[in-house]
Ligand binder design. Structure first.
Ligand code: FAD
Ligand code: NAP
Length: 525
């Protein structure tokens, strides 16, 4: 197994519980994955804390108490550590060790997994819990290495924290990581320059402490909360307005948007069920959004620059913030629109755009990830007939159900491309994948099979279905990382199953229940 984030840790627990011998390799010195690395100021979850945690054990749900609606990175990491200790997970994890290769022996259906520490282990199954957002990107700005000040990437933040007091700071990037960190950095810095290439939609998180009554109520009703989440479109207990956008009266529409806005966060894009498929419906949400955002930005010209006009709302992941737009009213904050004046180079003292030079003391890169495929591409995965996964995916990732691909028997992906993955609450998503893989392994053993491998036909049909479902929505209208558009040269393919979490789980269960349709079950050699 590779990875000790939410997915890898649950997989270790589950596989161990079914009597398998498990070895986990983790590149980091400790557990946590995303939440180990992304320690930038303001880092929080954007799915409510009480949902963004393991559901498989009611004991865990009842014992842990979240303090805020959206937990901080440190609280989430503390939770993950607590679970790792409680389930005694660390003893089977080799830390500070990256897996660099996995090579199939076709005869024995065994994988030889090699690490950067020079170790090789042979395994019947390999589970890649390597994370859809764990390979960060540092753009190749000419001269970046020559900068004499401090450089930070949000996804590799120093553990001791950073004090920007009295400094001139530049943040490049206004995705979720930038949007969460900018208001806090602005409070410390003497001067903050925000380099924005494409404006993003961001909805106030509405974060607040959870009251004892709320916690008691949630804990008393966790089973029902989770039941609704498992059946939902995104893995949390959200229910859209009963009417479609244009069927509601203008008053009903406004009231629904207002209610959802007050609740805060990403689910604004799901206020009405048709918002992501109908442009008219989406435009209603967008207009409401624009009105709200304009009302908090003092300078209307600045508002023009901060409000997106190039993609429908929600077609890139909506950011959630605390006082993001208000931050631009501060005298020490300057927005630099690098769409108009691109970053040309970086030198010893700062950043040069097409228009001017900015002297800075510190540079923060909030420039995102090579999502979905980046961490897998770093591993030399060699399947049947010497076929390499990276070559097989050169025109875009190919999977069946996001769980595996043809030519690579017994290699499972957790939250891989072709699954709902980042469109859902990722903790429940990881649980669902791990449960499916665990059941598949039990099925193989109970029925005397050596392995399982998606058929090429099943893979082709699945990626065609994912593409067809995406085309039926507005999602393909944005240049998002869902489509690989943020990585120069990456093939443009919508990498997620967009049909909804509950629907996806039904499909996975049907496949398993019918004896793993679309998979070849391999006889023992
Ligand atoms: P990760 O947590 O990414 O763990 C993968 C692990 O694999 C890492 O520790 C990595 O070091 C290790 N690894 C990778 N390759 C190798 C290798 N070759 N060898 C050894 N180890 C390797 N999702 C939500 O649903 N809700 C949220 O609110 C949310 N907030 C987020 C906030 C941030 C800042 C980011 C970046 C992502 C967020 N996500 C959120 C997505 C988040 O990635 C998932 O929710 C979840 O944490 C992923 O868990 P994971 O175990 O699948 O992967
Ligand atoms: P991101 O959404 O990909 O944002 C990266 C930003 O960097 C974009 O604004 C991008 O501009 C900019 N950028 C990249 N290269 C650039 C260049 N060469 N010049 C100028 N600007 C450049 O990455 P992210 O903010 O880290 O978020 C990624 C995902 O992680 C999120 O969508 C979310 O799923 C998850 N996340 C969640 C939370 C949360 O709230 N819980 C927080 C952080 C991350 P362009 O748009 O023009 O490319």
């Amino acid at each position: 197994m590779v990875g000790a984030g939410f997915a890898g840790l649950y997989a270790l627990h589950r596989f161990r519980s079914q009597g398998l011998s498990v070895r986990v390799f983790e590149g980091a010195p400790d557990v946590g994955g995303t939440w180990y690395f992304n320690r930038y100021p303001g880092a929080r979850c954007d799915v409510e804390s009480v949902d963004y945690c393991y559901s498989f054990s009611d004991e865990l749900q009842q014992e842990w108490t979240w303090t805020e609606k959206y937990a901080t990175q440190s609280e989430i990491l503390a939770y993950i550590n607590w679970v790792a200790d409680k389930l005694d997970l660390r003893r089977d994890i080799t830390f500070n060790t990256r897996v660099v290769g996995a090579v199939l022996d076709e005869q024995t259906v065994r994988w030889t997994v090699s690490t950067d520490a020079g170790e090789s282990v042979v395994a019947r199954f390999v589970v890649m819990a390597t994370g859809p957002l764990s390979a960060s990107i540092t753009p190749k700005f000419p001269g970046l290495d020559s900068f004499r000040g401090e450089i930070y990437h949000t996804a590799h933040w120093p553990h001791e924290g950073v004090d920007f007091t009295g400094k001139r700071v530049a943040v490049i990037g206004t995705g979720s990581s930038g949007v969460q960190s900018i208001p806090i950095i602005a409070e410390q810095a003497q001067q903050l320059y925000v380099f924005q290439r494409t404006p993003n939609y961001s909805v106030p998180a509405g974060n607040r402490p959870l009251t004892a009554e709320e916690i008691a109520d949630i804990k008393a009703n966790y089973a029902e909360r989770r039941r609704v989440s498992w059946r939902s479109g995104g893995g949390s207990p959200h229910v859209a307005h009963p009417k479609l956008t244009m069927d509601a009266t203008p008053e009903e529409r406004r009231a629904a948007f207002e209610t959802r806005w007050e609740l805060g966060g990403v689910l604004f894009s799901k206020t009405f069920a048709d918002q992501m498929v109908s442009l008219d419906a989406n435009e209603e949400a967008r207009k409401f959004y624009e009105e709200k955002i304009r009302s908090v930005i003092d300078d209307p010209d600045l508002a023009d620059l901060l409000i997106p006009d190039d993609h429908p709302i929600g077609t890139k992941r909506i950011c959630t913030d605390s006082n993001y737009f208000q931050t631009f009213n501060r005298p020490n904050v300057t927005l630099v629109s690098v769409k108009k004046t691109p970053i040309e180079s970086i030198d010893e003292t700062g950043i040069t755009t097409a228009e001017t030079h900015f002297d800075i003391d510190a540079l923060v890169l909030a420039t995102g990830f090579d999502a979905m495929t980046g961490s897998l591409a770093k591993i030399d995965i060699v399947g049947r007939a010497g076929q390499r996964l990276v070559q097989d995916w050169a025109d875009g990732p190919r999977t069946y159900l996001g769980l595996g691909t043809d030519g690579f028997p017994n290699l499972f992906l957790v939250s891989g491309p072709g699954a709902p993955a980042v469109l859902a609450n990722m903790v429940l998503h990881a649980e669902a994948h791990v449960n499916w893989i665990s059941d598949a392994i039990s099925y193989l053993d109970e029925n005397g099979y050596a392995g399982i491998e998606p058929t090429a036909d099943a893979v082709d049909s699945w990626i065609a279905e994912c593409a067809q479902r995406a085309e039926a929505t507005l999602f393909t209208k944005a240049n998002s990382w869902y489509l690989g558009a943020n990585v120069p040269g990456k093939p443009r393919q919508f990498m997620l199953f967009i049909g909804g979490f509950g629907t996806y789980l039904d499909i996975c269960n049907e496949v398993a229940g019918a004896g793993y349709t679309g998979f070849d079950l391999l006889k023992a050699p």
